[in-house]
Design a binder for this molecule. Structure first.
Ligand SMILES: [Zn+2]
Ligand SMILES: [Zn+2]
Length: 159
């Protein structure tokens, strides 16, 4: 198993690899390719979850978009995110306190949750999960998540 150990000393490097921003046109195309009709609300929700690496809950997305999209409801946000998860466009994470979080980065990566500030950071992994573990060859794996906890760099400096 290889987990990037650089995150304590070189957080910049990780954000470079993970902070790609997508244009609205690119995102619209991804929805169409997945067979999803890109309404204004759907596209805004998708853009939010793809371009914000905060691993938001449906409530977070709703709070952020409801001023921009007057008629938006929390139910719509939740159902839309579930639709994206089923289509494989976003990942669902269950990494703290029973909150369902959504991740617009579907490439294999690990997560680090800071026990102090609650931020969830993406960590790149060198290989996919088959390389982390033995005995997966005969399994049909549908999900693999690696989740680390501790103190983030910022909180370590402050404590
Ligand atoms: Zn922290
Ligand atoms: Zn992530």
């Amino acid at each position: 198993m290889y987990i990037c150990n650089d995150f304590k000393s070189e957080p910049q490097k990780i954000s470079e690899t993970i902070m790609k921003m997508y244009t609205r046109a690119e995102l619209r195309k991804e929805l169409v390719n997945a067979g999803i009709r890109p309404s204004v609300q759907r596209l805004a929700i998708y853009e939010y979850v793809r371009n914000n690496r905060t691993h938001p809950t449906a409530e977070n997305v709703y709070e952020s978009l409801r001023d921009e999209l007057g008629s938006l409801s929390l139910t719509t946000v939740y159902n839309t995110l579930k639709l994206y998860a089923e289509a494989g466009l976003v990942m669902t994470l269950h990494i703290d306190d029973g909150f369902l979080r959504f991740d617009g980065n579907t490439m294999v990566h690990a997560h680090f949750r800071c026990d102090n500030c609650g931020q969830i950071y993406d960590l790149p992994v060198k290989d996919d999960y088959h390389a982390w573990l033995e005995g997966t060859e005969e399994l049909f794996v549908t999900d693999a998540q690696l989740y680390l906890r501790g103190l983030c760099r910022k909180c370590r400096m402050e404590n």
